[in-house]
Design a protein around this ligand. Structure first.
Ligand SMILES: *[C@@H]1O[C@H](CO)[C@@H](O)[C@H](O)[C@H]1NC(C)=O
Length: 366
């Protein structure tokens, strides 16, 4: 009986595993089989979970139809979280403030990374750095180079937060001052286009690219402070850049290779790095080290790599499992106080595939 049960479980696991792949990566919502797999207990409780969710996140819906529709989406997301939990046992997945959004709504409103085509003219290839003396753990938050977690709101401006985060760190290393920089300047003023594709340009809440944002910042002369050009969460305003109020300048920026030791070496030497990631597992992430068995490498979110560490002894490796520490822009109530941990070692969710490093201009040369 026990054996049969575990075989059955294995079968379900395989079944749901392949379905998550289909559902999340190919946007195939045809998960009829999943519905039969989910245990009744969970579905009976969905009503209760939905009430708690509405209270906790202050959700109200204008009409009964809207309410019922969101309830249905919420139930889908409970199942989705359960599947993610099975695929990603070292993290905790569950109800988040995104639990009443369909995957498409989530992508549209809370991500915002444009597809990379060609690098801007001024991007360099990062030089290969020595990696023999890298510390075992490193976190730029312990060295004063990271501003508090910000919130992009319902605007696909992740790319601007990733870019300001990297320049905030670089500017701190160059000048000794940690200054929070303006995303709104990038959202309203940066229309830098892909050199190969003139139609693919940084476009506020409709997405952009960190490298293009560095290119813009280099050409514009710098970024203003957050206080002088505050974030509004919309891109309907006009550009209010005032060159006399520039607070940080880009000296140069470069693209780091896919090699994880090189990424770590560049992080330690140059400050937090702008990285892109596939954010599918972030919609349901509560905490822990995310290490999904299957995760698409299609990049759709821009975030900030601030450090690395290791935790949870792995009998196969005979040492703790390594992870990256990532600053997100969904407020400090998401994830681990606004942060995400993802396992390091094999380009999980594409986290190693689009990494850039920026250098600030030092005070004396400004
Ligand atoms: C900036 O340029 C300097 C000098 O050429 C180089 O050593 C450094 O690696 C560059 N930094 C970045 C982030 O591109």
């Amino acid at each position: 009986m026990a054996l049969r049960f575990s075989l059955l479980f294995l079968f379900f696991l395989l079944l749901t595993t392949s379905f998550v792949f289909a559902d999340d990566d190919l946007n195939n919502n045809d998960d009829l089989l999943i519905r039969q797999v989910v245990d009744d207990d969970h579905l009976l409780n969905a009503e209760h979970h939905f009430s708690i969710f509405k209270r906790r996140f202050g959700k109200t819906y204008a009409t009964k139809e809207e309410h019922d529709y969101r309830h249905m989406v919420f139930k889908d997301n409970l199942r989705r979280a359960k599947r993610r939990q099975r695929l990603d046992p070292s993290a905790v997945h569950g109800v988040t403030r995104f639990s009443d959004l369909t995957p498409a709504e989530f992508r549209r409103n809370f991500l915002g990374l444009k597809r990379k085509l060609k690098l801007p003219a001024d991007a360099n290839q990062a030089p290969i750095l020595p990696t023999s003396d890298l510390p075992a753990d490193f976190d730029w938050r312990d060295h004063g180079a990271v501003t508090p977690v910000k919130n992009q709101g319902s605007c696909g401006s992740c790319w601007s937060f990733s870019a300001t985060g990297a320049l905030e760190g670089a500017n701190y290393l160059a000048t000794g001052n940690l200054v929070s920089l303006s995303e709104q300047q990038l959202v309203e003023c940066d229309h830098e286009c892909d050199p190969a594709e003139p139609d693919s340009c940084d476009s506020g809440c409709n997405g952009g690219l960190m490298n293009s944002a560095f290119e813009y910042t280099l050409k514009a002369g710098g970024l203003m402070r957050e206080e002088d050009y505050p974030y509004t969460g919309t891109d309907r305003g006009t550009c209010k850049f005032d060159k006399t109020k520039v607070a940080a300048k880009v000296a140069n920026f470069s693209v780091v290779s896919l090699d994880e030791d090189q990424i770590a070496a560049n992080l330690v030497k140059n400050g937090p790095l702008a990285v892109a990631i596939n954010a599918v597992f972030m919609q349901t992430y509560i905490g822990g080290v995310s290490c999904p068995l299957i995760c698409s490498k299609r990049l759709d979110h821009g975030v900030l790599l601030v450090g690395y560490g290791s935790a949870g002894f792995s009998p196969i490796r005979m040492k703790d499992k390594p992870y990256w520490i990532i600053k997100n822009s969904w407020g400090k109530h998401w994830g681990e106080k606004g942060y995400y941990k993802i396992c390091r070692g094999h380009n999980i969710c594409g986290v190693d595939s689009m990494v850039s490093s920026v250098a600030g201009v030092t005070t004396t040369s400004q």
